[in-house]
Structure formats: C-alpha cells, structure tokens
Design a protein around this ligand. Structure first.
Ligand code: BDR
Ligand code: CA
Length: 312
C-alpha cells in the first residue's frame, strides 16, 4: 500500500512541533504540505516556526504555506504563555536561510492538493480550524475530496480556556462549527484523552540517546515542558501528537461515533463542543470521538515515531 497523503494544519506551538516531527518520519504517510494558522502565538510566529522547522530538519521539498492570521469572526487571541513568546518555548531554531513560503494561501494549497489526490487526502488539524473552514466556504466541493480529518480540539466534558471550551475550538468556534457540519469523515481527539497522558523524563532521555536532530529537538521541547510543569503550568501533554496517533496508531485510543456541534456564541459556553452522548437530538453521528487512551501505548508509540528520524 502507498503512503497516505496528509496535510498538517497547525499553530506551531511546542506540541505541534512534536506532532509534525512524528508525521515527517512516519512511513505510513507522506506529508504533502504544512500550513499555519493563528493560535498558540501570532500567525507571524506560527508560520515562521513551520518554515524554520522544515528547513532545520531538511524537508526542503515540502511546501509550507501561510494561512489565516485571525479567526473568522473574532480577534486573534493567543495562549497565555504556555508555548513561550514565539511558540517553541525557550528554543530558538536557526532562521530558514533558503526555504521560502509557498506562494499559495493555506486554503488554496489545501484545495489544490485535495484535487490532485483525488479523494485520498487526509488532514491533521491541530490548531484552530480557520483555514479548513475558509477552504470549505471557498470550495464547497472540498467535502467530497477529503478522506478524513483528524483534529485535536474540544472535549466531551470540561475545557482548558473556560469551564466548557478547549483552546483550538474556543479561538474560532465558527470555523469548528463549519468543519464539524461539513460531512467530511472526522475524528475528534479532545482534552478527555489528551490530558490523560503525559510524557516523562525517561522519554526525553531516550530521545536524547537517539541523537538525531529531530530527537534532540523533541527532547529539548520536552525539557521546556517539564520546567513549565514544575513552575505550575501545563504538563508535558502531547495534545497534537495524539491526534496523529488516532490516524496511524488507532490501537492507542478508543473512539465512538456521536453527533457533535459547536456552540459559537453564549455568555459562558462559547467554543463548547456539544457531544450528544445519549443521542437525545436524534441526529446521525458525524464525528468519531476519542474517549479513552492507553497512556503507555501512546507514549511509547510517540517516542518510537521520533526515533525513526534520520538526519537529512
Ligand atoms: C491545543 O491548544 C494548544 O495549546 C495545543 O497546541 C493544542 O493544539 C490544546 O488545547
Ligand atoms: Ca496546536
């Protein structure tokens, strides 16, 4: 079987960078492009992080495109410092010296790739869903061209920005509403599972011993996260890599199909993912929702995925 074509749409982001690395070296997939969106930090940083990262790891052939610098209907809010000032914690990658941004906007690159891949393209969406929603609005036939969307976002219960909303969805709820209602087959990997697994110091040591550029970078990113955790911040949670695991290591997760929609407005509940677990609305399921993770399986899958890296 050939490699599955993927586009990664992201707001890089410490855990986005680790998810990108896991995908770049995965022999089941071919990363066709990396596209950026406003999110963890301002778009000028998320896009630069993608360009610098791909050049640093030697992927000159993979297009990197800029996308939306603000949500569809809101101001461009960012995270509260979880990912440092420019998105990669305390890590400063060398500025890309020769790699240039693709001239196409993210939404155009996604659409053209979907057409070229004739219904086989899969999207790993690990930031706010603005680019995908714009693409759907500009090209309604995208819904028949994308095989599957694997997204990190939302939660069945709880939130990490408000009591009911997860960051990626809260930043651009209208985009998430458009994507969940699009009819594209999709899998939601939300806080219910992502927060149930955290990387540990021995994982970073294993990566450091591997010694490739990608493994050392991921070990440094993990070290930043351990410091952040010890300062009282977020643990070394691999939100975004877990969405990729759903695609290539499904045995890590247990999923069930539900009807899901997103609360776009609301005094307290903006960005809440409404997962109709009891089927009360009588609507056909539209999203496969991850409900349980095997922490050990997931963490060792991720370490092994990065250890497959080879310097280029
Ligand atoms: C999501 O928000 C960001 O902080 C992470 O990169 C992840 O995509 C978790 O809520
Ligand atoms: Ca992200």
């Amino acid at each position: 079987m050939g490699r599955r074509p993927f586009i990664i749409d992201c707001d890089t982001g410490t855990d986005d960078a680790i998810a990108i690395a896991a995908a770049l070296y995965c022999d089941q997939v071919e990363v066709k492009a990396v596209t950026s969106v406003n999110g963890n930090v301002a778009h000028k940083y998320t896009s630069k992080n993608n360009l610098d990262l791909l050049e640093y790891l030697g992927f000159d052939d993979i297009p990197v495109a800029k996308g939306a610098d603000s949500p569809i209907m809101d101001n461009p809010y960012h995270s509260d410092g979880t990912h440092g000032n420019t998105g990669l914690g305390n890590i400063k990658l060398p500025d890309a010296a020769h790699k240039q941004f693709d001239k196409r906007l993210a939404s155009e690159l996604i659409y053209q790739t979907a057409v070229e891949e004739k219904g086989e393209l899969e999207l790993l969406v690990i930031g706010p869903m603005t680019n995908i929603a714009i693409c759907l609005m500009e090209h309604p036939d995208l819904k028949d061209l994308v095989k599957h969307i694997w997204f990190m976002g939302g939660s069945v219960i709880g939130g990490n920005v408000t009591t009911t909303a997860e960051f990626n969805i809260w930043i651009d709820p209208m985009a998430a509403h458009i994507v969940t209602q699009s009819g594209i087959p999709q899998t939601m990997v939300g806080l219910d599972v992502t927060t149930a697994a955290a990387m540990k110091e021995h994982h970073a040591e294993e990566l450091r011993a591997c010694g490739t550029k990608a493994a050392l970078l991921c070990a440094d990113l993990l070290d930043y996260m351990f410091e952040r955790r010890d300062r009282g911040g977020e643990d070394a949670i691999m939100h975004d890599a877990m969405a990729f695991a759903a695609a290539v290591c499904p045995e890590c997760l247990e999923c069930r199909d539900f009807y899901v929609d997103v609360e776009c407005f609301g005094q307290y509940t903006k960005g809440h993912t409404m997962v109709d677990r009891r089927g009360r609305l009588g609507k056909a399921p539209n999203v496969s929702v991850a409900l349980k993770v095997d922490e050990e399986k997931f963490c060792s899958w991720l370490v092994n995925a990065i250890k497959k890296s080879a310097d280029r």
